[in-house]
Design a protein around this ligand. Sequence first.
Ligand code: SAH
Length: 218
Amino acid sequence: MSLEDDATAERKMQFLFALRSKGVMDQAVLTAMERIDRGRFVRGLFAERAYEDTPLPIACGQTISQPSVVALMTQALEVSARDKVLEVGTGSGYQAAILSLLARRVYTVDRHKRLVREAREVFEELDLVNITAFTSDGSFGLPDQAPFDRIIVTAAAEDPPGPLLAQLKIGGIMVLPVGQSDTVQSLIRVRRTETGFDYDELRPVRFVPLIEGIARDN
Ligand code: SAH
C-alpha cells in the first residue's frame, strides 16, 4: 500500500469508529456510509474537513449534516431494499446517496435549484441511478410519486407537515426534526398505523429551518 492508501484507510477507520461510538449499529447503514465518499459532496474550503463528524457549510447558505446524524437518521428510518423513499432537503445530496444504496428508489427535493443541479452531477458521477432530484417545495411532498414507504426530512418544521403525513403508506416511517429554528429541536420518528400515527422522540438535533416556497435566488 502507498502512503496515500494508508492515510485513506486510517481516515475511513476513524470515520466509522466515530459513527459506532455515536450509536450507529446497523451494519447495512455502516457499509453504505463507508461506500459513499462524503468528500464528493463538500466543495471548496471545507473539503478537507469532509471526514470529520461535523456539519459543514455548502452553497446557498445551507449545511451538509453531521455524518453521525445522517447515519442515525438513516438507521431510524429502517429502510429496506424494496422501499420507495422521499427526502425533503437534498442539500449536498449526501443523505440521498446513502439512502440510494439501501432503498429501491429515492426521490429528493430541495427549494434551491442550484443545490439540486450540483447534487445531480455528483449522483451521475457516482452512477447512483435510482435517485431522482427535483426543485420543489418539499413541505407539500411529491404528490405525483406518493405514497412513500419512508420519508426523511432534513430541515426543521414546527410540526410534521400534513401533506407528508398524508403521503406516508400505512406501515410507513417518517423521520424528521421538529421545533422552532435556532432552538433545540427534536428528532422524531412517526409510524403510520391502520388507525393513525405513532410518534417517538429520538434525540435533540439542530437543523436549518424548513422554509416554504421555491428559493428566490434560483
Ligand atoms: N440532506 C442534506 C442536508 C440538508 S440541509 C445533505 O445531505 O447534505 C437542508 C436543506 O433543506 C437545504 O438545502 C434547504 O434548501 C432545504 N429546504 C428547506 N426548506 C425546504 C422546503 N420547503 N422544500 C425543499 N427543501 C427545503
